[in-house]
Design a binder for this molecule. Structure first.
Ligand code: NAP
Length: 289
């Protein structure tokens, strides 16, 4: 089996998803308009927003960047979100993170209209997933599910282990896997013996932010391995490289399928944001809003 893993091409999958979104945006017959709120713009934040604007434009989605100064108050930010909630020309809303110190991101996410919440970060949207009435689910978790489905591996009944339990990644991923009827174990900092769990995973998802956390010895033969981690490391020669949490070279010799970093979950998450943005617009159209 050495070197046998199929490398899951997240970029190709994202491309076909975007093509589908492009067709459905054109077929909707009304504008799809994403408003992105950026508080206290930094060069990194501006660059990310520019990439997002390009991705939207490529599929026919209008993108509007609402820049607010770093010293905006919680009340002013809340009012801006409410204004976007009430604006019928705005079909989707997202808020760039991190927010400057002193602003409570979770409370602000709570203010975003449940249907316009294209990132699926309003706690109500997580709640709807739990109750089996999903409106909009978080983008990264949706990406992970799509990547696993692309392998044709059955999720129902599979032993799935998720490493990392953040609100943005690990917990929603575990929730969506449970929704697909996997038997799910969620590992976190308090997990006593991480390998004990990862070694029995038929589906292993790692979302921690620690390069090399998962090596071949931690992986079951023939597992599907999805690496959500994004880490910038410095090599011996001083050059920089982006890697995940999984030791790709050793694990690919043991897994049946593995996502690369970059080129796995990352591009899919962008595509999922576009698909969620379309979904919000479709739901609003169905509700005549
Ligand atoms: P985070 O908020 O720092 O959460 C990391 C989680 O891992 C926390 O639950 C943490 O527990 C847990 N953890 C830390 N060390 C651990 C260990 N040794 N064993 C098991 N669990 C451990 O990070 P995040 O936002 O979830 O992101 C995780 C990684 O995914 C990062 O590299 C990030 O860049 C990447 N990411 C990628 C995408 C994408 O689209 N590709 C999207 C989101 C995130 P504690 O909180 O208790 O310390």
């Amino acid at each position: 089996m050495a070197g046998a893993a199929v490398i899951i091409d997240g970029s190709a999958l994202a491309e076909s998803l975007k093509q589908d979104v492009r067709k459905r945006v054109a077929a909707l017959g009304r504008p799809v308009h994403l408003a992105a709120v950026l508080v206290g713009a930094t060069p990194a934040g501006e660059m990310y927003a520019q990439r997002q604007a390009d991705a939207c434009r490529n599929v026919g989605i209008d993108y509007e960047l609402r820049k607010l100064p770093a010293d905006v108050t919680q009340e002013q930010l809340k009012q801006e979100i409410h204004r976007l909630n009430a604006d019928p020309s705005v079909t989707g809303i997202m808020m760039h993170l991190p927010l400057p110190q002193g602003l409570d991101a979770t409370r602000m996410q709570h203010e975003i209209d449940v249907i316009k919440d294209v990132e699926g970060v309003n706690p109500a949207n997580i709640g709807y997933v739990v109750y089996g009435h999903t409106i909009i689910a978080p983008c990264t978790a949706l990406s992970v599910i799509e990547l696993i489905k692309s392998t044709q591996r059955e999720i129902r009944g599979a032993e799935a282990v998720v490493v990392g339990a953040s609100e943005i990644a690990g917990k929603p991923i575990a929730l969506l896997l449970a929704e697909q009827m996997a038997t799910v174990t969620l590992c976190h900092v308090a997990t006593r013996d991480l390998k004990l769990h990862t070694r029995r995973a038929e589906i292993l998802v790692v979302a921690v932010g620690k390069p090399g956390l998962i090596d071949a010895d931690s992986v079951r033969d023939g597992a599907v391995v999805v690496d959500v981690g994004i880490n910038r490391i410095t090599l011996a020669d001083g050059s920089k490289k982006t890697v995940g949490d999984v030791d790709f070279d050793s694990v690919k010799a043991k897994a049946s399928h593995i996502t690369p970093v970059p080129g796995g979950v990352g591009p899919m998450t962008v595509a999922m944001l576009l698909r969620n943005t379309l979904r919000s617009a479709e739901l609003l159209a169905a509700h005549q809003r």
